[in-house]
Design a protein around this ligand. Structure first.
Ligand SMILES: C[S@@+](CC[C@H](N)C(=O)[O-])C[C@H]1O[C@@H](n2cnc3c(N)ncnc32)[C@H](O)[C@@H]1O
Ligand code: SF4
Length: 390
């Protein structure tokens, strides 16, 4: 558990929707009436204002800010800086805070990056995905791969302290050599951090329909696991160590503090349409055991979101309370994925009883205090977690 408090700012705009993505994001055509990009920063600032006021005299200082999307850099840098300014004014941002924005390589210029850096952003995460044109085409990515080194150079020149690259593996048609080329191209840019996620077929997306029609065929799990192993080998030998299943960093300072806050049970407020928030609770619920937290989420569509805030109302749509059992499940699931591992004391007796068998199968290693996934265990992390919580 961590005491850190984070602010997530969602920007729900993209120039094109990638076929595989089901994030809450809209192209200009999809957006419809009632919300515009031009008015978005003011609407989000209205929510920042409401959020801070809901804490009364006990407004927490923010340790990490993460602007995600969608594509935050579809908005002018001045808007993103203004949103960050509102967070500073209404909440207070801790000295030395990590302030990240996501960005697509073809949505930045040297000037827009310099403006973000001067405005207080310290970290940038580019959606590189692949260095191979046919893979990018299958993913519907619009950027020319040659744009990535340029965007990285501009971000370095602008003075970003931390730079991360997102990669995807397991795209239909991607060979092992294609994947090697993508990881090596990313490493050639000397990033501080790399995230590598296996492509997920999200139901309801254009990509899922193509898979269902047999137009593209997903690779089998063994091939995808081999790609994970190759990525880990290349990243580790270049000095980027894994600290979460899908995340590697140059050193501790380069680890994403905002994501670590999610994974370690910290509190955060999510601003924007569809954004989720989580706060610890101090009260108990009779008959349900100890209440550990509240989670809630905002209305999903930017027009509904804007309408609520224009009327001075909270954009909250619904929420749930998190009791001790749910919190335990989530902690085991998230912390087992971290290199730091899971404190054995977190496990219920039934979970502790399966640990020796997991050790025998070579899936986890333990010392007196913690359980950590082995390399083999990282490939089977979901199954390990299921055993630990069953
Ligand atoms: C929501 S995007 C935001 C940043 C930016 N728009 C971009 O695409 O780079 C964050 C990351 O989620 C990844 N992502 C989205 N859908 C995914 C899926 N179905 N499987 C794996 N990764 C996915 C994207 O590729 C991207 O790297
Ligand atoms: S650019 Fe990013 S957020 Fe937008 S559709 Fe593509 S993956 Fe999703």
């Amino acid at each position: 558990m961590t005491d850190a408090f984070g602010l997530y700012l969602h920007v729900p705009f993209c120039s094109v929707r990638c076929g595989y993505c089901d994030f809450n994001t809209y192209t200009a055509d999809e957006l419809g009436e009632g919300a515009t990009r031009a008015s978005y920063a003011d609407t989000a600032i209205a929510e920042i204002d409401l959020a801070a006021r809901s804490f009364g005299d006990a407004v927490p200082q923010v340790d990490t800010v993460f602007v995600g999307g969608g594509t935050p850099t579809q908005l002018p840098s001045a808007d993103l800086v203004r949103m960050l300014g509102a967070a500073r004014e209404r909440f207070g941002v801790a000295p030395g805070a990590e302030v990240t924005t996501e960005a697509n390589p073809d949505s930045v210029t040297p000037e827009s990056l310099a403006e973000l850096r001067e405005g207080g952003f310290t970290r940038i995460s580019f959606g590189m995905q692949s260095a191979v044109p046919h893979v990018l085409a299958t993913l519907d990515r619009t950027h020319d791969p040659a744009r990535v080194p340029e965007a990285v150079r501009w971000a370095r020149e602008a003075g970003f302290e931390q730079l991360s690259l997102d990669l995807i593996y397991g795209t239909p048609g991607e060979s092992m050599d294609d994947w090697r080329r993508s990881v090596e191209s990313a490493l050639a840019l000397d990033p501080d951090h790399v995230s590598a996620y296996a492509l997920i077929v999200e139901q309801g997306t254009a990509f899922a329909r193509k898979v269902a029609r047999g137009e593209v065929v997903m690779p089998d799990d063994d091939k995808t696991a081999d790609k994970y192993l190759l990525a880990d080998e290349l990243l580790e030998s270049a000095g980027l160590g894994w600290y979460e299943l899908s995340n590697w960093a140059r050193d501790e300072a380069a680890q994403c503090r905002h994501n670590l806050l999610y994974w370690r049970g910290g509190q955060w407020w999510g601003i924007g349409p569809g954004a989720h928030s989580y706060l610890h609770a101090s009260a108990g619920v009779p008959g349900r055991g100890r209440l550990v937290g509240h989670r809630w989420w905002n209305v999903k569509h930017p027009a509904a979101y804007a309408q609520r805030l224009a009327a001075g109302e909270s954009p909250r749509q619904d929420g749930e309370t998190i009791d001790a059992d749910t919190a335990h499940l989530e902690r085991v699931m998230l912390q087992t994925r971290l290199r730091d591992g899971l404190p054995l004391a977190e496990l219920h007796p039934a979970g502790r009883a399966v640990v020796p068998a997991l050790v025998d199968r070579g899936l986890v290693v333990t010392d007196d205090e913690r359980l950590t996934l082995s390399l083999q265990g990282r490939l089977l992390a979901d199954a390990v977690v299921r055993d630990l919580v069953d």
